[in-house]
Design a protein around this ligand. Structure first.
Ligand code: SF4
Ligand code: SF4
Length: 452
């Protein structure tokens, strides 16, 4: 059924056009909408329909689809469509080695997490959200005017890379039906240079050879290879991955760095949802800040650097070094595993946060749909003229589901780790301690809130 849809010439083009219209409407709905007072702003982010959709529904939904079904957001992403058009009229240069290394994406992701999200709060103000979307689109246009072959999606888009890491959890992906058919294929439309700029049925502009796909990281499920293959040998299917599928050795250092920052970010997102766990997490940054009080950067930026970069790097370095003492492989071999075994907990932790967000915003829907700008209702809610009602049982249900989701992630991670034949018993014991510690830390807030 799904493959019949993917073979259709109209898919994903028609969906991308629809997504582009929605994208423009979301930008228009947020542009210029701000509030001076912090209290009003804390409600405006949810009473403004565009901001509510982007951060509380669109973003959680694409995380969910990536974890379950791979990079399907990329399938319908309007930015990909705009890049595909603009690259035809551009310089078509080949990206250099540094760009291809993946570090540009990791650096961009770090800037977005530290500066744009934590320091500037782009998710808290509709106007900033609108400018964030505009900036992404502008960057995509500039990159695709300069470089060839979907360079923005492959080497610049932090959203795509994040979804790529999460899509490693998905059991589904694009694969060939038979590698023998590919071996004997002499037309190889899927990688043919002649088909590079075809509107429908292009060769893979992400530089992938479908016959060699073993994980979902870089495949944006654009479905072009399904259409281009004259042997009808490519399909979207359940893959052979039983737990979560990827070979740690394929992990690049830039991806490892991105996964470390992502772990810090998601741990913060979960732990800061409850006062008690936030205090535990912030104890170290607060202490260091009181010692050095850096004047060069603001407090929020300092906290973000500590929590998203330095703390997770320290934790992963410690565990990796401990495991290294138990085995004779290179340190980087163990670092890739450290990051790889934490990744499912991070991805499912992100889902947990997504469930909290989507459900906690339900009381705002009535107001956001009545007045999509949201300024009037934000003021009335802030002044206490409107009282929002959220049944307690929803919070309890969400937390209970989230706890189960995290336990499931830990189970998957442990199962994968125990089946790792390149690790000895001592290494596995340390990874067991690491995974258990991180899950307990992440569950600290939700469980105490259920008990107390
Ligand atoms: S995916 Fe299709 S076009 Fe590509 S090598 Fe295999 S059979 Fe040939
Ligand atoms: S392998 Fe390439 S062409 Fe095929 S769906 Fe993935 S990104 Fe698209």
């Amino acid at each position: 059924m799904i493959n019949r849809l993917y073979k259709s010439k109209a898919v994903p083009l028609i969906l991308q056009i629809a997504a582009l219209i929605v994208f423009i409407l979301l930008i228009t709905g947020g542009l210029g909408i701000e509030a001076e007072s912090k209290k009003v702003l804390s409600h405006l982010r949810n009473t403004n329909l565009s901001n509510l959709i982007v951060w509380s529904y669109w973003w959680p939904l694409i995380v969910l689809t990536a974890v379950l079904f791979g990079r399907h957001w990329c399938t319908i992403c309007p930015v990909e469509m705009v890049s595909a058009i603009t690259e035809r009229i551009g310089f078509k240069l080949k990206p250099g080695r540094f760009i291809k290394s993946g570090w540009v994406i990791t650096i961009l992701y770090a800037i977005i997490a530290i500066v744009a999200i934590h320091t500037m709060g782009i998710h808290r103000t509709p106007n900033k959200m609108a400018w964030y979307l505009i900036s992404l689109m502008l960057l995509a246009v500039i990159v695709s005017i300069i470089f060839k072959k979907r360079a923005f999606c492959s080497y610049f888009c932090p959203v795509g890379k994040l979804l790529g890491l999460y899509s490693l959890m998905s059991r589904f992906g694009i694969r060939v039906k038979s590698t023998n058919v590919c071996r004997d294929c002499n037309t190889k439309e899927c990688i043919s240079n002649k088909l590079e700029y075809k509107t429908v049925g292009r060769s893979c502009t992400s530089g992938l050879y479908p016959a060699k796909l073993t994980d979902n990281r870089n495949c944006i499920v654009c479905t072009q290879c399904i259409k281009s293959c004259s042997k009808d040998n490519v399909h979207f299917t359940a893959t052979e991955n039983r737990y979560f599928g990827f070979d740690f050795n394929n992990f690049g250092t830039a991806e490892v760095a991105m996964a470390i920052i992502l772990s810090g970010f998601i741990c913060y997102e979960i732990l800061s949802s409850w006062k008690v766990s936030e205090e535990v997490l912030m104890a170290i940054p607060n202490y260091i800040y009181s010692l050095i009080s850096p004047d060069l950067i603001g407090r929020k930026t300092f906290d973000a650097i500590m929590i998203f970069v330095l703390l997770p790097t320290a934790v992963m370095t410690i565990f990796t070094t401990l495991v290294k003492f138990t085995g004779n492989k290179p340190w980087i071999f163990y670092l890739k595993r450290t990051v790889g075994y934490i990744l499912p907990v991070v991805a499912f932790g992100h889902l947990f946060k997504a469930i909290i967000k989507t459900t906690s915003r339900i009381p705002y829907w009535k107001y956001a749909t009545t007045d999509p700008v949201g300024s009037k209702y934000a003021k009335e809610i802030a002044n206490g003229d409107i009282v929002l009602h959220k049944p307690d049982w929803i919070g309890t249900l969400v937390i209970s589901i989230g706890v189960l989701v995290l336990l499931f992630a830990a189970y998957r991670s442990l199962k994968k780790m125990f089946s790792d034949q390149q690790l000895n018993r001592k290494s596995k014991t340390i990874y067991l301690i690491m995974i258990t510690t991180i899950v307990i830390l992440m569950l600290f807030g939700p469980i105490t809130s259920l008990i107390l």
